[in-house]
Write a protein of this length. Structure first.
Length: 427
């Protein structure tokens, strides 16, 4: 009796697991790669591919529109795709979208590659911030990497290598003709129709795609991934860094203001985290820090613009080399952002320097220095002591030379002691 109960229990567990796996296998995950491919994007894609594999989903469809991004992040995504046990389908969509640089590697690595009309793929040649050539070994590595994944997927590796070697791009028609992609579809509905019954080779196993009637689950980035994606955008991280330094400088210039220091501290920490995800160049960060220190020193120790010139040069150089092309050849900050930051920063500190110099040149408005040198009129003969009027005020005055100065004559203040003016006649 107990034996039969045990068999029944095992049967129930088996049926439950079968139904669970069957229900999970009804899912199709849809992911989205848009904007720069960075570590947050890599975490989002790899996490969902792993979950789809664990749940034995029917397939994962990645909708792509990207100019490219970090090489390391792209490699993480490609590695996850290459080792997936379920089909990964990448669709460059909508019209006008692109799979540029790092994005082209992901498309080539997918089990099924598709593009919409009016889209492009390619332009994967590693270049520097100013368009300069990167070390030869970087290009050779990128060529061998994209060639290996193209051959693994049975795509035209000789055409695909040209993405890196020549920096060319293909339209969807050219990509289809050259066997770079598998399908062209107007939208997701047409893509689903064309994929129904499509044969896909996944890790030496041939699978038949059955997408009709399956539950479609659109997987979005969670809050953490969205936040990290934002601060790890090169331009955002760069601007946060500058804002943070402004905040610290304002706090040092105005102790006790609190708000600038708090905002500056938070901005710098977020920027440093974002820059660390982007493999930012430590020398670039150091040069930007040095530029702000020099700007600050110019305000408190005027050098007639010498420190400002040095600070400007340091800021420009730091901005240009902030990202190391040897590590991340596809990463850059748009020139417009760099120019705007440099123009605003230099202009801002030049304005402050101008105001400081102007204040220092201005005559003191209070104390001894404020009255020495002023002109007045004698209203009571100085013999040698009497009264004078200066700026509408009547002062006790003494002739500094001891001579007799008559009423109505003009005098100049040469000194002041104990609220008594020492004056001399103006000839």
């Amino acid at each position: 009796m107990e034996k039969n109960k045990f068999k029944l229990f095992v049967l129930v567990i088996f049926v439950f697991e079968f139904l669970l796996v069957t229900s999970l296998a009804e899912k199709i995950y849809i992911l989205e790669i848009s904007g720069t491919i960075n570590q947050a994007m890599a975490d989002y894609v790899t996490r969902n591919i792993r979950e789809a594999n664990l749940e034995n989903a029917e397939a994962v469809i990645i909708v792509m529109d990207t100019p490219g991004g970090l090489m390391k992040s792209m490699e993480d995504i490609v590695k996850e795709i290459m080792n997936s046990e379920i089909p990964i389908i990448t669709f460059v969509y909508p019209s006008g979208a692109k799979a540029g640089s790092a994005g082209s590697f992901i498309v080539v690595a997918s089990h099924v590659a598709a593009m919409a009309p009016g889209t492009t793929i390619g332009s994967a040649t590693p270049i520097g911030l100013q368009g300069e050539k990167v070390p030869k070994k970087v290009i050779l590595y990128a060529e061998s990497f994209i060639k290996s994944i193209a051959e693994k997927r049975g795509r035209n590796s000789s055409a695909i290598v040209r993405f890196v070697r020549e920096g060319i791009s293909f339209t969807e028609k050219e990509a289809l003709n050259y066997n770079v992609i598998d399908l062209v579809a107007n939208d997701l509905k047409e893509l689903f129709d064309k994929l129904e019954g499509y044969e896909v080779k996944v890790n030496d196993k041939v699978l038949i795609l059955k997408l009709k009637g399956k539950d479609i689950e659109i997987r979005k980035m969670n809050f953490k991934e969205r936040f990290l994606k934002l601060i790890s955008e090169p331009s955002i991280a760069y601007i946060l860094f500058i804002i943070g330094l402004y905040g610290i400088i304002f706090e040092l210039a105005n102790p006790g203001a609190i708000l600038p220091g708090v905002v500056g501290g938070i901005s710098i920490l977020l920027a440093l985290y974002g820059l660390s995800l982007l493999n930012a160049n430590v020398i670039g960060i150091g040069l930007i820090l040095l530029s702000l220190i020099l700007f600050l020193a110019e305000i408190f120790t005027p050098t007639h613009g010498l420190l400002t010139i040095g600070a400007s040069i340091s800021l420009i150089l730091g901005s240009l080399i902030l990202f190391d092309i040897k590590k991340e050849p596809y990463l850059y900050i748009p020139y417009d952002v760099i120019y705007a930051v440099i123009f605003f920063t230099v202009g801002f500190f030049l304005l402050i320097l101008f105001l400081v110099i102007r204040v220092r040149k201005k005559k003191v408005a209070t104390g001894k220095e404020a009255i020495v040198g002023k002109m007045g009129i004698v209203i009571e003969d100085l013999k040698p002591e009497g009264l004078v009027r200066i700026d509408g005020e009547i002062w006790k005055a003494i002739s500094a030379k001891g001579d007799h100065i008559k009423k109505g004559e003009r005098v100049r203040v040469v000194d002041i002691k104990n609220l008594t003016l020492y004056v001399e006649k103006v000839r």
